[in-house]
Every structure is written in structure tokens, then in C-alpha cells.
Design a protein around this ligand. Structure first.
Ligand code: PMP
Ligand code: GLN
Length: 378
């Protein structure tokens, strides 16, 4: 059989969570909370089922949910998206990314990504016959030199994928970054896929610079959001895509044959839940406290903590501890120390080993304390 994705194996998140379970290790690898979501959400799903939301939702999403999202976005960013024509409810951020790329990328089109990058981007582009052009971010700041990004432009550049706050580095884009990007794409027809699933997880008084805040970017952007991150319910696999009318039309042409529509009772429940204004208040503080707690604990270890301005990931260098490859080192951490992490080399396409691993701190403080206690001995 001729593989459509030679060189791609099972995603690192499945691999590490499986090994973590086999060794009964504390799982700080795959990004998901180890504490329950709000029980009120679960009640609202039950209510939605009892109220009869058990058949197909409308193809682009539950109308009430799309309107609620439009209100939220307007309140938060002072930007209007039309619920009818510019918002589509998806099966998580992953499907939104896949569908947006599928709607746009033709064989030979080039897509610029910033590595280390979330692992779904590159394989999806390749599956569509697109070419991935990589800008490598340098640790520890993972900053972008936009003049160097420009060097990647060719006549075939079709899209740039942004991700702020970024997985796995926890870095964020600043207003200056956005202004540089605007200059760069001015006069081109390059589109943007802006993965903003961690929009609320931003710390130390930084402001999330959504592409929608910049009209020159907004008009050419698909914005991806995930309720999994917002509601501490990653297993629900619900999210949405915001894009101007023209782009949404293309998005929905694919969406209707990709999934048609997504889970109906949960859409209704989420709409009921997030219609309360301020449902996202406190989420940044909640995670910032976890970040700070974990960093304080880890200060007693030999790991070098990298900056973390957003997301629920903390990266750490271990070159003072070992010169093993990050994959080998993270395996040893599981087997000998009982803590599972993600080797950051998994977020690059070509072999790249900066001796950095990623911890997820969306965990009970007791889990973080237990893990740090073990990591102190490394
Ligand atoms: N983008 C990034 C950067 C992510 O970290 C994740 C999830 N972990 C996703 C997209 C996918 O989100 P979802 O789980 O809603 O599919
Ligand atoms: N986004 C999560 C992470 O980076 C996991 C997503 C997944 O398992 N596909 O860990």
C-alpha cells in the first residue's frame, strides 16, 4: 500500500499517554486537565438531551450557540462576526484546522508554519499536496524575525499558520508582530489560519492579539477556537471557526462533507453555559497560578525553565542533566522517575533536538507537587 503520509506515525500525544498509563506514571504529557469540568455543564447536556436535542444540528452549527459566540467575540474584541455567515461550529480545533486547510490548499501551494508547531499542521498540508515552508523559532524566546519570514515567500505562498499563545512553547505574538505581519502580506493574496485555541490562557497582563483585531488580517483569516480548552472539557471535541463570509462559504463546502454537523446536545449545553457574560473571567488567573506553582516547585530541580507567557504548557531544558536525545530522555523520565512529558522534537518535521521537554500544567496542584517531587531527583 502506498502511504499518503509516509514518515508519519501515531501522534506523540497518543504515544506518550499510552506509555504513561502502562508505567503508571504521572501524565504531564498530553494537554488535558486531570480535574473535572464544571458539573453544571454536565447537567446542561442532560437537560439538552431531555429537551430533545438529539437529532442533527444545523450543518454550520446550533443557531443559539453561533449567536452566543458572536456576542462573546464582540464583547471581548469589539469585532462583529455574523452568526449566519461567518461562524461555523466544528468538532474541536483540529477539525477546524483540517477543514480550513482542505478548503484552501491545492497541490503545490506553500504554507508557512513556525516550528516547533502543533503536530497536525504539517501532515494536513502534505495530505493536500501542499508544501510546508518552515520558519524555525529559536529557544528560549521563540521570537519571530519577520524579515526572515519574508524570505520564505514565493509566488506559491498560499497561507501562513499562526498559533498564539503557542503550543508547545508558551510564547505569544505581540502587537508589533502583528504590525510586521500586516506589512509583510500587504499586496499579496496570502491567507492566514490563526490557531487561537489558547486565547484565554495568557498571563502577566499580556493581551491576546487576535488577528481579528487587525482589519487587514481579519479579512483574510480563518480563526480557530476550542471549547475543550475554555471549558476544561477536551473530550467534548467542540470548537468553532470564524472567517469572513467569502472564506466561510468555502469552509462550509468542505465541512458539510467532512462531518456535516457536530454533537447537538453539547452545542446546546455550551450555548446555555457561555451565554452568562464573563464565563471566561478567572481562567487566565486560574492557569497563571498553576504555572507559577509549578515553576516554583521546579525551581528546586536541575531543569532550566523556559519563559511561558501563555497556553498550559511549560517547556524546560535538561542539557545540564543529560545529553540524551529528548525522546530517550523522556522515556527514561517515565520509566525511572514516573513522570510523562512530551519531547519537543515531536513538534518539528526534521530531526531537531534542543534538549527541551514540555510539561502540561493543567493539573491538580497535588499532581503537580507529586510530579515535581519526583523531578527533583532527576
Ligand atoms: N491547536 C492547538 C495548538 C492545540 O494545542 C490543540 C489541542 N490540543 C488543538 C489545536 C486542537 O483542539 P481540539 O482539542 O479542540 O481539537
Ligand atoms: N493539544 C494537546 C497537546 O498538545 C493534545 C491534543 C491531542 O491529543 N491531539 O497535548
Amino acid at each position: 500500500l502506498q502511504s499518503k503520509l509516509p514518515g508519519v506515525s501515531t501522534t506523540i500525544f497518543s504515544v506518550m499517554s499510552k506509555i504513561a498509563a502502562e508505567y503508571n506514571a504521572i501524565n504531564l504529557s498530553q494537554g488535558f486537565p486531570d480535574y473535572p469540568c464544571d458539573p453544571k455543564l454536565v447537567e446542561l447536556v442532560n437537560k439538552a438531551m431531555k429537551d430533545g436535542f438529539n437529532q442533527y444540528a444545523p450543518m454550520p452549527g446550533n443557531i443559539f450557540l453561533k449567536e452566543t459566540v458572536a456576542e462573546k467575540v464582540e464583547k471581548l474584541y469589539h469585532v462583529k462576526y455574523n452568526a449566519d455567515t461567518e461562524i461555523t461550529v466544528t468538532a474541536g480545533g483540529t477539525q477546524a484546522i483540517f477543514t480550513a486547510l482542505t478548503a484552501i490548499i491545492n497541490p503545490g501551494d506553500e504554507v508557512i508554519i513556525f516550528e516547533p508547531a502543533y503536530d497536525s499542521y504539517a501532515p494536513t498540508v502534505k495530505l493536500l499536496g501542499g508544501l510546508v515552508k518552515t520558519y524555525e523559532l529559536a529557544p528560549p524566546q521563540y521570537a519571530i524575525d519577520w524579515d526572515m519570514v519574508k524570505k520564505l515567500f514565493t509566488a506559491n505562498t498560499r497561507m501562513i499558520i499562526l498559533n498564539s499563545p503557542q503550543n508547545p512553547t508558551g510564547s505569544i505574538l505581540s502587537k508589533e508582530d502583528m504590525k510586521s505581519l500586516i506589512k509583510l502580506i500587504n499586496g499579496t493574496d496570502i491567507l492566514i489560519l490563526s490557531d487561537e485555541v489558547y486565547e484565554h490562557l495568557i498571563y502577566d497582563d499580556h493581551q491576546h492579539q487576535s488577528v481579528m483585531l487587525f482589519p487587514e488580517l481579519r479579512e483574510r483569516s480563518f480563526i480557530v477556537a476550542s471549547f475543550g480548552k475554555l471549558l476544561h472539557a477536551t473530550g467534548w471535541k467542540l470548537g468553532y471557526c470564524l472567517a469572513p463570509d467569502k472564506l466561510t462559504k468555502e469552509f462550509r463546502k468542505v465541512h458539510q462533507f467532512n462531518v456535516f454537523s457536530v454533537n447537538s446536545p453539547m452545542q446546546q449545553a455550551i450555548a446555555d453555559y457561555i451565554k452568562e457574560p464573563g464565563h471566561y473571567n478567572g481562567i487566565a488567573t486560574f492557569f497563571q497560578e498553576k504555572r507559577d506553582y509549578f515553576r516554583r516547585l521546579m525551581a528546586e530541580s536541575r531543569f532550566d525553565l523556559l519563559p511561558c507567557n501563555g497556553s498550559y504548557f511549560q517547556c524546560a531544558g535538561y542539557s545540564k542533566i543529560s545529553d540524551e536525545k529528548d525522546v530517550d530522555f523522556s522515556m527514561r523520565l517515565i520509566k525511572d522517575f514516573g513522570v510523562a512529558t512530551i519531547p519537543v522534537s515531536a513538534f518539528y518535521q526534521k530531526a531537531t533536538d534542543h534538549k527541551i521537554i514540555r510539561f502540561c500544567f493543567a493539573k491538580e496542584n497535588s499532581t503537580l507537587a507529586l510530579a515535581a517531587e519526583k523531578l527533583k531527583n532527576v
